[in-house]
Write a protein of this length. Sequence first.
Length: 370
Amino acid sequence: MRDVLDEVAVWYGADIRFAVATVIRTWSSSPRAVGATMAVSESGEVIGSVSGGCVEGAVYDVAQEVLRTGVPQTVSYGVSDDDAFNVGLTCGGTVELFVQAIDAGVFPGLEILIDAASAQQPVATATVVDGPASLGSRLVLTQSDVTGSLGAEQLQRAVVEGTRGMLEHGTTGMLRLGRNGERRVDELSVFVESYAPPPRLVVFGAIDFAAAMARIGKFLGYRVTVCDARPIFATRARFPEADEVVVKWPHKYLDEIHVDERTVLCVLTHDPKFDIPLLELALRTSAGYIGAMGSRRTHNDRLARLREAGMTESELGRLRSPIGLDLGARTPEETAVSIAAEIISSFHGGTGRALTDTSLPIHRETLAGR
């Protein structure tokens, strides 16, 4: 529900009843990922999308029925290409959705979810979508508390444990357990949606290319930091889209912040006095993407310096340099697109080739936390 949470919060605050349809499973070329949400208010207002426009009309009708009856439903669209076409899912993929009416009585932890997500604090929901437990029963988990009940104590304990593990990695997906929480038993399906804080994009080097990267990074949903040791360049006026602008030596700043597998590090300084100590540290972090700008000559010189500093070939193999995909980019904005394309490709297993030249699935499994 992350993609509609702000609007849903307004409805909830105004005591407006609504239904939420969430994608809980996908097969083949599903146009939206697991976790995509569409909400329908009791007055008929619609927000969000579960298929990019393919099956929203059919889902709207189900949501209206759920609002009338109060009974949750699990629905699927696109079992075959013909069936898909009948409801508008012309891509031929398959989506399964869980549709449930929401109000304070059904979702007592919604306010906790809204507050935690707004404060960018980790929070997750775990909802029973199939099996012998009460359909639609739900837990809301923060780092310290659990709100809600699934009934059986053993089941609740197992779901809390599994959900906390998924929240730690920012993962959204399905837990399958026995009716009493048994592992390796497939009686009960619990859909877990993690609301991890947005991933970080740290851009080193306060240049015009960094301004373009800050803009596209925000567009892609990152928390963006621009860092440079030169105060005359690292100013808020030059980078209004960035969440923060830091004046500090890049390697010192990197040493101070938390870096995880969702973090993106873009080194745009192409100056050895900044690059080498920064990349020595960056390539030994768990960052999911590390790219450095510069010509091929600069890249070769950089590799030689890093080898002299004791970096291994395995560590150097993580470096994307020259940064970005070969799009023929020239302007800062075009270059930012090429870098963003490489970032997306690296996290989602893309090839970087034209789709017309490939036969792989268009939509890939999203890596944890993306």
